[in-house]
Design a protein around this ligand. Structure first.
Ligand SMILES: Cc1ncc(COP(=O)(O)O)c(C=O)c1O
Length: 365
């Protein structure tokens, strides 16, 4: 059997290992701004809900408990303005990476089908296409760059990892109109939607974009970043009823089920705003401090109006920047990990503790 892993790109983070070792040799230890993994406590309201559902001997529902589905639909309506969100048309996920990696397979795409994603993107969109034997293609502007007779699945990512760029309602509407005209399914990865700084990110399910119908649209949301939920694995999708129904049918057969205690914790997280605002305030402080420090050290920041990252360049190859910062004990992600268009940028995550962020600021001064 030819190994499936041979079809997939090299796991990029392994290439950072020598720089990790260099950063660790710094007397003050590493300031790791490379991976966007939460470092603050899981909110008390979430932990209590997980514990309260720990006696869960039976199989959970693939579709999610009625309470969770109501909580998701309520959040979509209140927080994102998706007025027609319906608890019947949502689906919990075992983290959103799971869906990104498996969606082309779950939809039954074939080698004749293209899966399109931004030229600078989270690497799992490509992994998902390759796992399904579909053809991965990238775009700058989907309407201009893609052949609508070949593309079956169009990934949007707003706000974007790695650039922090958001697509406004007019831009989303233009892309959705084109995709609908050609029968292309639009799946919008909105896992950073709670993390707008200089903008209020818009969902593809907002009436200004979808025009009151979810046909041909799916939005994907994650609790990982806004609720420090990455270790629990909890996300969800919502949108086109026919697509949700089909994914539910397939996922039931495949055992893609969110554990019952996690479902309870998700519902609690979605019902509480206080912890999201508290976490946003932490990230806002860290972002402001790091932005000033990196700009002061000669970096130019592009986009970055939302998400957990600063997309920064010093006008040189990304590995030179990574190497130089590693000598100062600061670890960042090379832009090349997200596509060749990023080879002169680095991605700086502000998921480090206040103490580590202060240390980075000192070292950059
Ligand atoms: C764009 C994007 N999508 C999806 C994910 C996966 O997040 P999770 O699986 O924690 O929901 C990430 C994680 O960093 C991401 O950056």
């Amino acid at each position: 059997m030819p190994p499936v892993s041979a079809r997939l790109p090299v796991f990029p983070w392994d290439r950072l290992e020598p720089y990790k070792a260099a950063a660790a040799a710094h007397a003050g230890g590493t300031v790791d701004l490379s991976v966007g993994t939460p470092v603050d406590p899981v909110p008390e309201v979430v932990r209590r809900a997980l514990a309260a559902a720990s006696d869960s001997p039976g199989y959970p529902l693939t579709h999610g408990t009625p309470a969770l589905r109501e909580a998701i639909a309520g959040w979509l309506r209140v927080r994102l303005g998706a007025q027609s969100a319906d608890p019947a048309h949502v689906l919990p996920l075992i983290g959103s990476k799971e869906l990104v990696g498996w969606l082309p397979t779950l939809l039954g795409l074939t080698p004749a089908d293209q899966v399109a994603f931004p030229e600078l993107a989270y690497p799992t969109y490509e992994v998902g296409a390759r796992t399904a034997h579909a053809e991965p293609v990238t775009y700058r502007d989907p309407v201009q760059d893609l052949d609508p007779t070949l593309v079956k699945l169009l990934w949007l990512n707003t706000p974007s990892n790695p650039t922090g760029r958001t697509l406004d309602a007019a831009e989303l509407r233009r892309i959705v109109a084109w995709a609908r005209e050609h029968g292309i399914l639009v799946v919008s990865d909105e896992c950073y939607i709670e993390l707008g700084w200089e903008t209020e990110p818009v969902s593809v399910l907002h009436p200004d974009v979808c025009q009151g119908s979810h046909e041909g649209l799916v939005a994907v949301h994650s609790l990982s970043k806004s609720s420090n939920f990455a270790g629990y694995r909890g996300a969800f999708l919502s949108g086109d009823p026919a697509v949700v129904r089909e994914l539910l049918a397939v996922r039931k057969h495949l055992g893609m089920i969110v554990p019952a205690p996690v479902q309870n914790a998700m519902a609690a997280a979605l019902g509480d705003r206080a912890h999201v605002e508290e976490q946003r305030a932490r990230y806002a402080r860290r972002r402001t401090a790091l932005r000033a420090a990196f700009e002061g050290a000669g970096f130019r920041i592009e986009h970055s109006e939302a998400s957990l990252y600063l997309w920064a360049t010093r006008g040189e190859h990304c590995w030179d920047t990574v190497g130089d910062l590693a000598k100062r004990g600061i670890l960042v992600a090379p832009g090349e990990f997200y596509g060749t268009a990023g080879e002169r940028f680095v991605r700086i995550a502000f998921t480090a503790t206040d103490e580590r962020v202060e240390e980075a600021v000192r070292r950059l001064a």
